[in-house]
Design a binder for this molecule. Structure first.
Ligand code: ZN
Length: 73
C-alpha cells in the first residue's frame, strides 16, 4: 500500500497516510480535522528514483573512436 503525504491548508501541518491507490485524494487533518490535499511524497519520489536506472554504464562501444559505426573499433 503506498504512503501518501498530505498538507493541511488550514493549519499547514504535514502528515502521512498509508492508503490504497483507490482511496480519495483528500484526508482529514489530524490537528484540525479539515480536509487536506495529497501532495507528492518526497519519500515515495526518492524510492522511485532509487529503484530506477542509475548512471548509464560505460559500454565497450564508448572506447571506439566513432562509436563503432565505421568499423575501426
Ligand atoms: Zn489542519
Amino acid at each position: 500500500m503506498p504512503l501518501y503525504e498530505y498538507v493541511c491548508d488550514a493549519c499547514d501541518v504535514r502528515f502521512e497516510r498509508l492508503q490504497p491507490m483507490s482511496a480519495a485524494h483528500v484526508s482529514d487533518c489530524p490537528d484540525c480535522g479539515e480536509e487536506s490535499k495529497r501532495v507528492l511524497s518526497l519519500f515515495a519520489a526518492s524510492v522511485a528514483v532509487g529503484a530506477g536506472v542509475g548512471p548509464s554504464p560505460v559500454g565497450p562501444l564508448s572506447s571506439a573512436c566513432c562509436g563503432g559505426s565505421c568499423g575501426c573499433g
